[in-house]
Design a protein around this ligand. Structure first.
Ligand SMILES: [Cu+2]
Length: 107
């Protein structure tokens, strides 16, 4: 094997060993409902919460170890959260208690 072939082999090995790129999933909130009841994401993935409704929403979670609050979200606005820790995260809207989605974060 000459030098260039070795270099190519090493490059390929590095490429194959690199982790998959983080993904983004989108959940919409039309009609005061999350478009999903439960989704599964991988650690490091981002979920975008799109407010395609006609009212303000406030996506947040009070789940131990996963607390976050995206704050008041006007119609038309998109806000994102990256899930960094394994677990079942119960996501709610602070304004509309019936809005619930569980984000299951896996390795
Ligand atoms: Cu809401």
């Amino acid at each position: 094997m000459n030098f260039l072939n070795k270099l190519a082999a090493v490059g390929l090995a590095v490429l194959l060993a690199s982790p998959a790129l983080a993904e983004t999933q989108t959940i919409s909130q039309a009609g005061k409902k999350f478009s999903e009841r439960k989704i599964t994401v991988k650690v490091g993935d981002t979920v975008t919460f799109l407010n395609d409704d006609e009212t303000t929403h406030n996506v947040h979670s009070a789940t131990d170890g996963h607390v976050f609050d995206l704050g008041a979200q006007a119609p038309g606005e998109s806000l994102s959260h990256t899930f960094d820790t394994v677990g079942d995260v119960k996501v709610r809207c602070a304004i509309h208690p019936k809005m619930k989605v569980t984000v299951q974060v896996v390795e």
